[in-house]
Design a protein around this ligand. Sequence first.
Ligand SMILES: C[S@@+](CC[C@H](N)C(=O)[O-])C[C@H]1O[C@@H](n2cnc3c(N)ncnc32)[C@H](O)[C@@H]1O
Length: 282
Amino acid sequence: MNYRHAFHAGNHADVLKHAVLCRLLSLMARKDKPFAYLDSHAGVGLYDLTGVQAGKTGEWLQGIARLWVRNDLPALLADYRALVGELNPDGALRYYPGSPEIARRLTRAQDRVLLNEKHPEDGQLLKANMAGDRRVTVHLGEGWHVAKALLPVAEKRALLLIDPPFEQADELARCVESLSTAMARMRQAVVAIWYPIKDTRQLKRFYQDLAKSGAPKLLRVELWVHPTDNPAGLNGSGLVIANPPWPLEDELRELLPWLAAQLAQSTGGWRLDWLIEEKAAG
Ligand SMILES: C[S@@+](CC[C@H](N)C(=O)[O-])C[C@H]1O[C@@H](n2cnc3c(N)ncnc32)[C@H](O)[C@@H]1O
C-alpha cells in the first residue's frame, strides 16, 4: 500500500468528490430520521496543505485554492466553503477536510459515522483526528468488506462512499462488486463510488458492468480538467451514485458547468447522465 492521500488532498478530484458529498449529506439531513454514513477507504480525515506531502505535488493549488479566493461561489457550494472556512478561521488556506471530517461536520446528533482505513499509519491518524466524537467509529480493516460487514444498518438509511486509491488493476471491478453487495443487502442505500478519468477504454467496461450491478437507479457525474483522451495523468474524475436523493441531479446540472469552468487546466468539461434509469411504475 503505497498510496497516501496527503499528496492529492484538495486537488480537482477532491473538489468534485467533496462538493458532491456535501450535497448528499445535506440532502439526507433534510429528513429528521437518522442515517449512517459509511466510508470504506477513509484516509486520515484532515490534511495540512502546507505539509511536506501536499507541498511535493502542489495539486491543491489547481483545486481548492482556485475556489478559496472567490467571493462569488454558487449557493450549492455554501456548505463546502463554510466547512473549509471553519478549519481556516484566520483566512489563510492551510487545512483541508477529508471525507470523514466532512461527514462528521454535516451529520447530526442522531446520525452515525462509520469509517474504515486499512493503512496502519493513516488509520491511527484518522483515529486521532476523529477522537472525542462518540458518533464516530473507526475500523482499521479491509475496505472491500465494508458493504458486506456493515450493511444493512439499523437506521434503514445509509450513505456509503467507496473511494479506493486505484493502485491495483482490479479496483474498478471491486467497486462494482461492492455496489452489487450493497444493493443486495440494502436496496435503498445511497452509494457513491469515486473513480479517476485516465484510461477511457477501461472505463467503458466499468460503465457496462455498473449497468448490471442491480442498483435501482445510478447517476453518473464527471468533470475533467484536460481532454479525456489526453495520454498523461489524471484528466478528471467521476462519481457514480446509486439512489441519489432528490433533487441532486438538478443541483449538479446547475453546479457542474461552473465547477468545470473554474477547475479547467486546458480544455475542461463535464457530463451528467443516468447509467441506470428508474423503471416507470406500473
Ligand atoms: C483516495 S484515499 C481516500 C480519501 C478519502 N475518502 C477522502 O475523500 O478524504 C484512499 C484511501 O484508501 C486506503 N486504502 C487502500 N487500500 C485499502 C483497502 N483495501 N481497504 C481500506 N482502505 C484502503 C488508502 O490508505 C487511502 O487512505
